[in-house]
Write a protein that binds this ligand. Structure first.
Ligand code: FAD
Length: 456
């Protein structure tokens, strides 16, 4: 009965969209111009004044990682539509893992709960029913082999994110889910029997909505945070958005010349008055303007104004022990300071050079000429390099967004809003931000699967 209001012409026209997709030079998938033109022509015909009212079982808002995965898992007996604001699907998914797409992590699913900051402990009902193992089986069963790297990161064997996007769009096409590009949703109106969605040209009626509009970082990909205004108008509780997985900037950053150099297994401590120190370990990357790399990105969510960042480049040693090692090695030794430092550490030569200069010591000075105080200064810079944090990288460079739809406003077993049953959320639009290593995409996929199970 519901479907009698859908003209066969309109649904056929929309259903064709996914199958027309092809990879373009910029990496995303986009339809040929004619297909798009045809879509709009038919809308004009059908609606006259650009106003068409159609009834769907589900409209998915946003064709990013979560929205595409939801469409790929659409139940075939439902009338579903996917709307995307930009002219390409999956732009962030395409960029993931430097274009190689780090889909998830091979870690025990229980450890995943520790990978999303304080909110991680709430995510059991989302992550456990569709775990990393289930996700990996899902891909392999659909003909996309995966590889697990030594560090636990999981990628498509082809190392191409476009293969993931193509799989999703092919499956969505097979399921008959139509896609409309260049169609931003600008408002949601709750009704007694569903929701009306407003686009610039029409109003669409649907029983259920899945919001997968992403966060606010990398706004050029389409997830620019603007949809939060619509959610705010509905009274959905929101946690203010902040950049996460971002570089950490410090006052007087001294390592600009080391840009591109990385150091493995660095110990990080973030401290602020009256708060327990935050500690972690991982690889560090020097950039032109700031500290980056996994250990920095992962801990950037904890950064607040006026924090102190301390880095130990040799975490197996403390300052006093290193000072003694250096003094013992230098005693009666004819080598230059830099050569001696290279012999007692495995740190990059250029970092050691910079550390010498920061201690106002020439790297060429004879090591045995150094005083105990000078060795102590070097040991301190290598094991407790202290910096005053000035800020984290902004939304332009942060890989994910902390904040979003408050988790206590959502039933995490179904991903439905507690206030508006039938209005579901998945992915980064929620107040969930994971560590690097595949945790954000796993959450996008797990939450999308949970939401689709509720619709089916
Ligand atoms: C450079 C980079 C690399 C990354 N690498 C990894 C990685 O290797 N592994 C990992 O796990 N995570 C990675 N991430 C994070 C991961 O990509 C995101 O967490 C994930 O894409 C979030 O999925 P999503 O579907 O919630 O949002 P998105 O993928 O951001 O998709 C949201 C979609 O909604 C659309 N949209 C927004 N508003 C509207 C509207 N009003 N109407 C219609 N459509 C709308 C947007 O245009 C967009 O297409 C990376 C992120 C970046 C930026």
């Amino acid at each position: 009965m519901i479907y009698s209001r859908l003209t066969s012409k309109t649904s056929a026209e929309l259903r064709g969209c996914f199958s027309q997709f092809k990879a373009d030079d910029a990496g995303g998938l986009s339809p040929g111009k004619e297909d798009n033109a045809e879509m709009w022509k038919t809308n004009r015909k059908a609606g006259g004044a650009f106003v068409v009212n159609r009834l769907y079982d589900l409209i998915i808002i946003g064709a990013g990682a979560a929205g595409l995965f939801a469409a790929a898992n659409a139940p075939s007996n439902q009338k579903i539509l996917l709307l995307e604001k930009t002219s390409r699907v999956g732009q962030k998914l395409y960029m993931a893992g430097g274009g190689q797409c780090n889909l998830t992590n091979d870690a025990d699913i229980k450890t995943f709960l520790t990978r999303y900051g304080a909110n991680g402990r709430l995510l059991r009902p989302v992550l456990f029913p569709f775990s990393n193992r289930a996700l990996m089986s899902w891909f392999e069963a659909r003909g996309l082999p995966l590889v697990v790297r030594e560090d636990g990161k999981v990628f498509p064997a082809s190392m191409k994110s476009n293969d993931v996007i193509k799989l999703f769009t092919d499956l969505a096409a097979q399921k008959g889910v139509p896609l409309r590009l260049d169609t931003p949703v600008t408002g949601i109106t709750p009704l007694d029997n569903g929701f009306d969605l407003q686009t610039p040209t029409e109003r669409l009626h649907t029983r259920n909505v899945l919001v997968t509009t992403g966060g606010a970082s990398y706004p050029q990909t389409g997830s620019d945070g603007s949809f939060f205004t619509c959610l705010e108008e509905l009274g959905i509780p929101l946690i203010p958005c902040r950049p996460a997985l971002a570089a950490i900037h410090v006052c007087g950053y001294p390592y600009a010349a080391l840009s591109g150099i990385s150091v493995e297994n660095v110990a990080l401590t973030l401290t602020a008055g009256g708060v327990a120190p935050i500690q972690g370990r991982g690889d560090l990357l020097f950039t032109h303007r700031a500290f980056s790399g996994p250990v920095i990105l992962t801990h950037s969510r904890y950064v607040t104004d006026g924090m102190t960042l301390t880095l130990n480049y040799l975490p197996q040693r403390d300052t006093a022990a290193l000072r003694k090692t250096l003094l013992d090695a230098a005693s009666g030794d004819k080598r230059q300071l830099l050569t001696l430092l290279e012999s007692v550490t495995t740190l990059p030569r250029r970092l050691l050079e910079t550390i010498c200069l920061r201690a106002t010591l020439s790297p060429d000075v004879k090591a045995s000429h150094l005083s105990g105080a000078e060795m102590a200064q070097l040991a301190t810079l290598l094991t407790a390099d202290i910096h005053q944090v000035s800020k984290t990288g902004g939304f332009g460079s942060a890989m994910v967004t902390a904040g979003g739809v408050a988790l206590d406003a959502v039933d995490l077993r179904t991903m439905q809003s507690r206030a508006y049953p039938g209005l579901c959320f998945a992915g980064e639009v929620l107040d969930v931000d994971g560590d690097t290593g595949g945790y954000n995409l796993q959450f996008a996929f797990s939450s999308a699967m949970r939401a689709m199970e509720g619709v089916g």
